[in-house]
Design a protein around this ligand. Structure first.
Ligand code: RET
Length: 283
């Protein structure tokens, strides 16, 4: 046992100096994580059923949406099991002057690094954007998420945390300009139903995605809201930006006959029994 304060040898700091205030998730936030996990599990099952109902060559959006939902499902499972989380110093001080450390769920950034490019891919495929523009927007989005991750983990300097945040926001703006500029231009060449679906889905992205940097600024940035509230706010946005967005796209698109994205046969049909991968069987 450490000696009681006041009985320490000279030169040894008192234990009171090591006191830190911890902001962490409680049973409310943990329960919320399990509820979001259940939502995503259900959404994966519904997507599979919806995919089975259409021809294989029309399943591109089901595939992309399915991967997005499975990733979110896995990420909520990991977080609900108490993984993918770390302690990061917050730059504020508790009422008693003690430094504050806060739990940061970095697992969600791994989720976003996979799912946000795929959500943008959904939109880009709908609009029929040129490949080079799709690649540029997807990479800008990836940089946005990675810069955000390092902003969230940066705890040696508050200024550099905000600097990384600002860079991430700049990449986010680039993505938004891509959606309203190049994306809209490509969509304007498509049928009126695709144009309408593009307007709704791109509008959803602009409104919902903007919530994420706001929550970040209030939590990892300023430490204004609790870890539980953060989990619930991100969870609601995730459900809207992944499940509601995905199902709207799937149902609206499958009702607009005639202008569905059709996969090339080589993507959906077996490659023939004569070949093992790229090598012919008699080689
Ligand atoms: C961060 C912090 C740094 C600044 C910006 C951010 C943007 C995050 C976004 C996340 C979108 C997530 C989605 C998840 C899936 O459902 C990284 C929070 C700009 C836009 C759509």
């Amino acid at each position: 046992l450490p000696p009681p304060p006041g009985h320490l040898p000279p030169g040894i700091p008192s234990l009171a100096q090591f006191h830190v205030h911890r902001e962490h998730i409680t049973h409310v936030g943990m329960r919320a994580l399990w509820v979001f996990f259940a939502f995503f599990t259900l959404a994966v099952v519904v997507t599979l059923i919806m995919a089975k109902r259409v021809e294989r060559k029309l399943r591109l959006f089901h595939l992309v949406t399915g991967i997005i939902l499975v990733t979110a499902h896995a990420s909520y499972l990991v977080m609900a099991c108490g993984m993918g989380v770390t302690w990061v110093r917050s730059f504020k001080h508790a009422a008693d002057g003690a430094p504050v450390i806060r739990q940061v769920f970095y697992a969600r950034y791994i989720d976003w690094a996979i799912t946000t490019p795929l959500l943008l891919l959904d939109l880009a495929l709908l609009a029929g954007m040129p490949t080079i523009q799709i690649v540029t927007i997807l990479f800008a989005d990836l940089v946005m998420v990675l810069m955000g991750l390092f902003a969230g983990l940066q705890d040696s300097s508050e200024r550099s945390r905000w600097f990384l945040y600002a860079i991430s926001c700049a990449f986010y703006l680039y993505v938004l300009f891509g959606i309203v500029g190049a994306g809209r231009k490509a969509a304007s060449l498509q049928s009126s139903s695709v144009k309408r679906i593009y307007n709704v889905t791109s509008g959803m992205i602009i409104v919902l995605w903007t919530g994420y940097p706001i929550i970040f600024a209030l939590t990892e940035g300023k430490g204004r809201i609790s870890v539980d509230a953060e989990v619930i706010c991100y969870g609601i946005l995730d459900v809207l930006a992944k499940i509601v967005f995905g199902f709207y796209l799937l149902s609206a698109h499958s009702h607009s006959e005639g202008d569905s994205v059709v996969l090339p046969e080589s993507w959906t049909e077996p490659r023939g029994s004569l070949r093992y991968g790229a090598i012919a069987s008699d080689d």
